[in-house]
Design a protein around this ligand. Structure first.
Ligand code: SF4
Ligand code: SF4
Length: 329
């Protein structure tokens, strides 16, 4: 049945398909709590178009990444593939349990998901069981886990999203990727406009959330000159160097309103996943990606806006702010 499943998944836009036998998982893995009869986990990987990252890289459009690269894949393309492959499996008399990530659930009570509005995220309660998506991707042979916990695939590097099907069908396994793509070069860490990834590779989800949403003025063409007026550490926020905790992050996020309002479930990535783009460029330069393109991903120098513009206006606006406050009194 492997070939039928691969053909069906590809027909519905999956780019990579992998099969993990149940014995690759520990007996207490979440997959067995969800579906104790699991014999195989089927992994489906979907490329995020390189062109979508290219335009975000140039700073020409950010909306396409959010709508086509994230929302459309997660909410339309992946469910369609999942339902069709699952139907095929059930036609053969086996059970299929599709697994899409519920982006609003985070297990850690102090964490968040940068792709979501932090006020919608449900933390620390097992509202429902969720598989470890990254671990399943590795177990299915879709790719390897990088030092920053991204999935790196031999074909598309980090430009990939994924979902799974648990089934009681015994299927031929795919070999683990064993690609050694991540050389711990640290380019991903350097590229983050908010210093959200520690040297160790650990992500600070609140810093990521703040800068994913565009708090760095040097990388946000939509930021108005009076952004974050009233914040004592305003220029540190704009320069990506501010120190803050989860409550501080929430306050900053509440004041990022300057992207043209898009009524979407997913937040717009103004950092345009700089960490993943830097990684992709690195892997491409090393010639490690099997999917080749006619032109390099980054052909010129990376751009940066001068944050001095915010400093000049800061003085004028602060003066206005003080005058207004005095008048109000
Ligand atoms: S840029 Fe990529 S290869 Fe380099 S450390 Fe980061 S994840 Fe690993
Ligand atoms: S580059 Fe963006 S997605 Fe990556 S860690 Fe930084 S803020 Fe988060």
């Amino acid at each position: 049945m492997n070939n039928q499943i691969i053909a069906c998944a590809k027909k519905y836009d999956a780019d990579i398909v992998g099969f993990a036998p149940a014995d690759r998982f520990s007996p207490d893995d979440e997959i067995f709590k969800i579906f104790p009869e699991t014999k195989t986990v089927i992994g489906l990987g979907f490329r995020v178009l390189r062109g979508i990252y290219r335009t975000a890289e140039e700073g020409t459009t950010y909306y396409q990444y959010t709508t086509m690269g994230v929302e459309n894949l997660e909410e339309t393309v992946m469910p369609l593939a999942l339902i069709n492959v699952s139907n095929l499996i059930e036609e053969e008399g086996f059970t299929a349990v599709p697994q899409r990530k519920n982006q609003l659930i985070v297990n850690d009570p102090d964490s968040t998901n940068p792709e979501m509005d932090y006020t919608d995220v449900v933390r620390g309660v097992m509202a429902e069981h969720q598989i470890d998506f990254l671990n399943c991707a590795v177990m299915c042979g879709l790719g390897e886990k990088s030092m920053i916990n991204s999935l790196l695939t031999p074909e598309y590097g980090p430009f990939i999203r994924y979902c799974f099907i648990l089934t009681d069908a015994v299927l031929a396994p795919t070999a683990l990727a064993n690609t050694n793509l991540c050389d711990r070069c640290g380019k991903c860490i350097e590229a983050c406009p908010g210093r959200a990834i520690k040297e160790s590779g650990e992500l600070d989800p609140w810093r990521c959330s703040v800068y994913y949403n565009g708090a760095n003025g040097s990388k946000n063409p939509f930021m108005p000159p009076d952004a974050f007026m009233g914040f004592e550490n305003r220029m540190d926020i704009i320069n990506g160097t501010a120190e803050f905790d989860a409550d501080g992050a929430k306050e900053i996020l509440d004041n990022i309103y300057f992207y043209p309002p898009a009524k979407h479930y997913y937040r717009t990535s103004i950092c345009a996943r700089a960490c993943d783009r830097a990684c992709y460029i690195h892997l491409e330069e090393k010639g490690l990606l099997t999917k080749k393109f006619k032109r390099k991903f980054r052909e010129g120098e990376d751009w940066k806006l001068d944050t001095k513009q915010f400093e000049t206006l800061k003085r004028e606006k602060e003066w206005e702010f003080t005058v207004n406050q005095k008048e109000e009194k």
